[in-house]
Design a protein around this ligand. Structure first.
Ligand SMILES: [Zn+2]
Length: 390
């Protein structure tokens, strides 16, 4: 049975925390989210498999691990979300007062309130370092891949997995959960296991969880029976570990008739000017050489496709040096670039200066473009000291 056709009401709000396991009191603590999108059940089934195996084999833990369900209401209905996308409302202005009653709250706001209180309790009471993992699947088939905000700690942890790693998707999304977590300095990885209904997505998510538990030093490799099996899962992928940056996004206008040319696979190499899609019957050539990413083949959406560029070893090295030596302080000496007086990690930049400095410079120093406010651009630093929650 395809994973998402199984619409029995099998998820109860009482099971927000699907499972928790405690080891010594020295950490790390791993927090795994599954089903933030209700039509993406592979991560939930994978979590359940890992939970059963931990319970049956009595695996020895050093740190703690928690499996948290995302949008329970949407999971029961088999839909991505009911009113709001639960992965687009993690900004301060969206949070409900925790003291207020749930009565009359929109479904996703209630889910968010519960998830936030679970995360908060873990962060306040358990030992760090904290690793947050968010399991998802995609509408089109794809090799599994990781998405991260480009902080050095995220880069280091994601390099343990033999799958492509994409930087910077958060610059195109408003209010995803992991960006919110990242702003407290914690390690946070999104994992896309493959297509929603593909049973292989469960296998990839399960292997990803075991590898994450081992590489975070929550569990020792030798204590997991069949660990080699989980490592083997990632063999034979057409695209292996490599960092990619998003260089282009095709934005679909509201009345546009957009059609992707058939047959593109995620991460497939494309040439400059290669015909990728049509807009109202007019060909859309690729603006550059690179890899195609998230080509839109079914449901409506605003992202037609993205074009990725492999990140060079030189750029990775240079950015480590620039960030370690704190060269970003020099950015503030440029006229038109100012430190936000209310936030140490934010630069407020005159758009004219930003154009001349270009986005890649800010990326090199570990900043991401976040918002336009009062005619100024705000850039947020991704590498930061860890702080416990609001
Ligand atoms: Zn998702």
């Amino acid at each position: 049975m395809p994973l998402n056709k199984d619409n029995r009401k099998e998820f109860s709000p009482k099971n927000r925390v699907l499972g928790s396991f405690y080891g010594s009191n020295v950490g790390p603590t791993i927090i795994i989210f599954a089903g933030i999108h209700g039509n993406e059940k592979a991560g939930v089934y994978a979590s359940k498999k890992v939970i059963s195996k931990i319970a049956e084999t009595n695996v020895e833990f050093k740190g703690n691990v928690h499996f948290i369900l995302g949008n329970i209401n949407a999971l029961n209905k088999g839909v991505r979300f009911e009113k709001f996308d639960l992965n687009r409302i993690w900004r301060n202005e969206h949070f409900e007062d925790p003291e207020k009653s749930d009565e009359g709250l929109i479904a996703e706001k209630k889910e968010q309130k519960e998830i936030l209180s679970v995360i908060k309790a873990i962060l306040l009471n358990e030992p760090g370092p904290f690793f947050f993992l968010d399991l998802h699947t995609t509408s089109a088939s794809s090799v599994p891949f990781i998405t991260i905000s480009d902080s050095l700690n995220n880069r280091k942890f994601s390099s343990n997995f033999p799958v492509p790693v994409v930087f910077g998707i958060e610059e195109f999304l408003d209010g995803p959960l992991l960006t919110f977590i990242n702003e407290y300095g914690h390690i946070a990885l999104g994992f896309e296991g493959g297509a929603h209904d593909d049973p292989a997505s469960v296998v990839y998510c399960e292997a990803f969880i075991w590898k994450a538990l081992v590489h975070s030093k929550c569990i020792e490799k030798d204590k997991v029976s069949d660990y080699a099996k989980y490592q083997k899962v990632f063999e034979n992928l057409s695209c292996k570990f490599q960092f990619f940056a998003i260089k282009y996004r095709y934005d679909i206008k509201p009345d546009e008739n957009f059609a992707m040319r058939p047959g593109f696979k995620n991460f497939e190499p494309i040439k400059k000017d290669e015909l990728l899609a049509t807009s109202d019957g007019i060909p859309i050539p690729s603006p550059r050489k690179g890899r195609i990413f998230m080509p839109l083949y079914q449901e409506l959406g605003e992202d037609g496709f993205f074009v990725l560029k492999k990140i060079s070893k030189f750029w990775l090295w240079l950015s480590i040096i620039a960030r370690r030596l704190k060269f970003n302080h020099f950015l503030r000496l440029i006229p038109g670039v100012n430190q936000d007086p209310e936030n140490n990690y934010t630069l407020i930049v005159d758009p004219k200066v930003a154009k001349y400095l270009t986005l890649p410079i800010f990326h090199l120093f570990g900043y991401r473009q976040q918002i336009y406010k009062d005619d100024k651009l705000h850039f947020i630093k991704r590498d930061r000291k860890i702080t416990i929650f609001p």
